[in-house]
Ligand binder design. Structure first.
Ligand code: HEC
Ligand code: HEC
Length: 186
């Protein structure tokens, strides 16, 4: 299976990537909390948002949060709400914010049936794997419409990532809906 071969090479690549990323700068959660005030209007007081397109960021993998803020700041990921927020963040701000939000308790979903494809996704997105690789995001308990939008953004090239974009491309509209519902419900 194509996805299987892609997995072997990317998993090796990302293991090294996350090691170097995690050695770069240790964030200070207390400084991150102080810096987080402008974020709370959209991402919620405790990093759990009540808007269906604004992601929960509490308890998210630290390395992943760092990469997303850099991607928004540097232009690899675009969003009319979030890009301007990231524009003025320094590398130290980003590390501190990631340390703070990753330390908060994550939201949990209410459970839905597991589609067959979800097993492929769990190779990277299960709790065990996101604990091992800090660059792999947790999807559990995330807003369903937000997850749908992200998969469509990878498919359309509005969001670029060498690992995730090729995995999103072959999904049908129905796959996207079912997988988003499943992970949101975890
Ligand atoms: C005006 C609303 C708004 C504010 C304020 C805001 N964000 Fe966001 N943020 C968003 C939206 C909307 C997205 C999702 C964009 C998309 O669909 O790609 C997002 C995405 C993110 C993501 C990626 C989450 C993921 O799962 O990939 C991170 C990390 C993040 N924001 C951190 C922050 C931080 C830190 C701050 C404060 C400095 C902040 N945001 C302020 C609206 C906001
Ligand atoms: C080889 C590991 C791997 C596999 C397998 C994988 N993903 Fe991902 N996924 C990633 C990485 C890495 C990212 C973050 C990419 C980035 O920085 O934009 C990601 C990001 C995502 C996001 C965005 C999360 C957010 O908070 O914005 C969604 C949604 C997603 N994946 C869904 C899936 C689904 C559905 C599948 C199965 C069809 C899948 N993934 C399979 C590695 C993987």
């Amino acid at each position: 299976m194509k996805i299987g071969m892609h997995l072997v090479s990317t998993v090796t690549f990302w293991a090294f990537w996350s090691l170097t990323a995690s050695l770069a700068h240790a964030g200070d959660a207390a400084a991150g909390k102080a810096r987080s005030i402008p974020c709370l209007a959209c991402h919620g007081a405790e990093g759990v948002s009540d808007h269906y397109l604004w992601p929960n960021i509490a308890g998210q993998s630290e390395g992943y949060l760092v990469k997303q803020m850099r991607d928004f700041r540097d232009g690899a990921r675009h969003d009319p709400w979030m890009s301007p927020m990231a524009r003025n963040l320094s590398d130290a701000d980003i590390s501190d914010l990631a340390a703070y939000f990753s330390s908060l308790p994550a939201a949990a979903g209410e459970g839905t049936a597991q589609p067959g494809q979800a097993r492929t996704c769990a190779a990277c997105h299960s709790a065990k794997m996101t604990a091992t690789n800090s660059l792999w995001p947790k999807l559990a308990g995330q807003h369903e419409r937000y997850l749908v939008k992200q998969l469509q953004d990878y498919q359309a090239g509005r969001r670029a990532d060498p690992v995730m974009a090729p995995l999103a491309k072959p999904l049908s509209d129905q796959d996207v809906e079912e997988l988003a519902a499943y992970f949101a419900g975890q």
